[in-house]
Design a protein around this ligand. Structure first.
Ligand code: SAH
Length: 213
């Protein structure tokens, strides 16, 4: 996601520690204490401006959500949404999806969402795609046995690549949508990119994949 560099973004994050987990490595294995309950934890890697994660948190108060993004300015926009919502079950953190094992203990995360991840279409950038096998290794560690990844995108190339990557990894494709918005899938929570691309007439692809064990 391209956003203009936001002045004061870092300070904005730092002055809201009730919503932004500033030292996530220190809460590894103790996330339920951060939320003050034992509800399951769902994370979005590459949460952008936070519409999905706050929308999900509003709809599902019995789930704890963490939005994760690598860009300070982007995360600071997500923080604005979280501050507006005042929801107790959503937190944010600045982190790289490749380092999640530094912040989450084995099986600490119940489900992982990827929405409109950067496609990195060039072959030589394959390793940067959030569904590349090294990322799947990381996700598998922090998810429980049979843990699920829910992924949606408008990018056909990344979708095709990801189906193959999940499959080569031995994951089960529980369900695949080739046109999510034309389907009977209920409870869809739109992301910023989803709204933008679907308004332009692009179809939205979705897959629920799970690790075998
Ligand atoms: N999910 C949002 C944003 C999609 S854009 C939406 O659908 O609207 C992709 C986002 O992933 C960007 O905000 C980018 O900063 C973030 N991102 C890219 N690589 C990442 C990584 N390795 N770890 C965490 N976030 C990443």
């Amino acid at each position: 996601m391209r956003v203009r560099r936001r002045k004061g973004a870092k300070e904005h994050l730092e002055s809201n520690p009730q919503y932004v987990i500033l030292k996530p490595e220190e809460v590894k294995g103790h996330w339920q204490e951060v939320f003050g309950n034992d509800h399951p934890i769902h994370i979005e890697v590459g949460s952008g401006k936070g519409r999905f994660i706050t929308g999900m948190a509003a709809k599902n108060p019995q789930i704890n959500y963490i939005g994760i993004d690598i860009q300070v300015s982007v995360l600071s926009h997500a923080l604005d949404k979280v501050l507006d919502s005042q929801l107790p079950n959503v937190k944010l953190m600045l982190a790289d999806g490749s380092s999640l094992t530094h912040y989450f203990a084995d099986s600490e995360v119940e489900r992982l969402y990827l929405n409109f991840s950067d496609p990195w279409p060039k072959r030589r950038h394959e390793k940067r795609r959030l569904t590349y096998k090294s990322f799947l290794d990381t996700y598998k560690k922090i998810l429980p046995e049979k843990g699920e990844i829910h992924f949606k995108t408008d990018n056909r190339g990344l979708f095709e690549y990801s189906l193959a990557s999940f499959s080569q990894y031995g994951m089960i494709l529980e369900q695949v949508w080739l046109d999510l918005h034309a389907s009977d899938y209920e409870n869809n929570v739109m992301t910023e990119y989803e709204e933008k691309f679907s308004q332009k007439g692009q179809v939205i692809y979705r897959v629920e994949a799970r690790f075998k064990r």
